[in-house]
Design a protein around this ligand. Structure first.
Ligand code: SF4
Length: 171
């Protein structure tokens, strides 16, 4: 039986990104293997959190102990990002989802590295809000550069980052 796989909707060609574009996976062979191996469940946590497309880009910002999600225009979007993560988590719990393929670098979906809050394109180690939240629910999260590992069922051990990106403590 195929297991459910939560997938960032933009990776499946849905135009849900902040700029109205998608980030469709270019490798059709890998895409076909994914479809053969999993039931794909598209989500966009930022839309689930009540945001719309297009929208100003946002990054996770850390000032002293305060961790928030701020748009490039200065709007605090922490609550919307938290809501999106919780709704993704509801889906995970409802369907017993164990696997996710999420878009890298995003403040919602990124796993392993995210933009550093300066809007200069710099990255730092860490996870997006939804990626972090659903990993806490036991989901194995992969990004689009790790599809082969996902297909081989590689289970990564938990990675510890120097900074916690949890927004929930400040919500
Ligand atoms: Fe894609 Fe995730 Fe950003 Fe939505 S929140 S556009 S699914 S990376």
């Amino acid at each position: 039986d195929r297991q459910a796989l939560l997938v960032s909707a933009c990776l499946l060609g849905q135009r849900v990104r902040y700029d109205g574009n998608h980030a469709q996976l270019a490798n059709t062979d890998l895409m076909a293997q994914l479809q053969a191996s999993f039931i794909l469940i598209p989500i966009c946590p930022e839309l689930l959190g009540g945001l719309s497309t297009p929208r100003p880009p946002a990054e996770i910002s850390q000032q002293k102990d305060k961790i928030e999600v701020i748009s490039i225009t200065g709007t605090n979007l922490t609550k919307a990002f938290d809501t999106g993560a919780r709704r993704a988590g509801d889906l995970v719990l409802h369907h017993g989802i164990k696997w996710a393929l999420l878009k890298s670098k995003s403040p919602s979906c990124g796993r392993g590295s995210v933009y550093d809050g300066s809007f200069t394109g710099r990255l730092r180690a860490g996870d997006g809000v939804t990626a972090q939240y659903i990993q806490g629910l036991g989901v194995q999260v992969f990004n689009e550069h790790e599809i082969e590992a996902l297909l081989t069922g590689l289970v990564r051990s938990a990675i510890k980052y120097p900074i916690s990106y949890s927004c929930f403590s400040t919500a």
